[in-house]
Design a binder for this molecule. Structure first.
Ligand SMILES: Nc1ncnc2c1ncn2[C@@H]1O[C@H](COP(=O)(O)OP(=O)(O)OP(=O)(O)O)[C@@H](O)[C@H]1O
Length: 233
């Protein structure tokens, strides 16, 4: 579904992605790991059109989206759950969900009832401003907002960041249910426990390229890769 080839991008003073090649198959969950600063968020933001590529291609079901505007990429079926959630603090939960529906592609399985079924907690918090929600609730809202656009591919940037273990488990279950609904996911994660629980395959970034790719099972059975590329025992 997603085919990234030789993708180069970065910022005025530095090229961060040095030729990324990455495939995510339809219905697959790919966990993307890597040390701090290797370029994971830059990759997510380049795929979403928030950082401009200087070389390479990003094909979604054969259509090249590299360098297109983020709203064009969203309409093509890519949803983003950004690092730090980025919820709109003054809007309440209902307003968020309504806005996401209006921005959406208008077809597909996800509607407000289904996202509230996925995250009942959001239903209980309907009238609360997003800024008053806990970190976990904000993460649920960020995921719900992305799902309501009925994306074919969801990009998630560190969904477990700053969350208590019990809430991380809830997010993991939600990812499992999204996968069961046929959503394809690229999940950047530092929490190996969550990555292993949700991902079919693991890719590891290092210095702006994909340095390793294998099934999650293979990755777990050979600790040398985690040791050399992530610095974990
Ligand atoms: N907006 C920006 N402007 C300039 N440089 C940036 C910007 N965002 C990130 N960088 C730099 O690009 C490099 C890659 O950062 P990036 O956030 O993509 O890494 P990461 O792997 O997601 O790290 P982390 O796990 O810490 O989020 C770093 O050197 C970072 O300082």
């Amino acid at each position: 579904m997603l085919e990234v080839r030789d993708l180069e991008s970065g910022y005025k003073r530095s090229t961060v992605l040095q030729g990324v090649d990455l495939d995510v198959g339809a219905g697959q969950v790919l966990g993307l790991l890597g040390r701090n600063g290797v370029g994971k968020s830059t990759l997510i933001n380049t795929l979403m059109g928030l950082v401009q590529p200087t070389r390479g291609s990003v094909r979604l079901d054969g259509v090249d989206l590299a360098g297109r505007r983020s709203d064009v990429i969203a309409r093509a079926g890519v949803g983003l759950v950004p690092q730090g959630r980025r919820v709109w603090a003054p809007l309440d939960v209902t307003e968020h969900l309504d806005l996401a529906v209006r921005r959406g592609r208008g077809r597909g399985p996800w509607d407000i009832d289904r996202v509230l079924d996925l995250f009942p907690r959001l239903g209980e918090r309907r009238r609360h401003d997003a800024g008053q929600l806990s970190g976990g609730e904000q993460q649920m809202l960020a995921i719900a907002r992305a799902l309501l656009t009925n994306p074919r591919l969801v990009l998630m940037d560190e969904p477990s960041d700053g969350l208590a273990p019990a809430v991380v488990d809830l997010i993991g279950e939600a990812i499992g249910r999204m996968k069961a609904e046929g959503v394809t996911l690229l999940v950047v994660e530092q929490d190996l426990h969550l990555a292993f629980a949700v991902a079919d395959d693991i890719a590891v970034m290092d210095k702006g390229v994909i340095a390793h790719r294998s099934s999650t099972q293979e990755f777990r059975s050979d600790s040398s890769v985690a040791h050399s590329l992530l610095g974990v025992a």
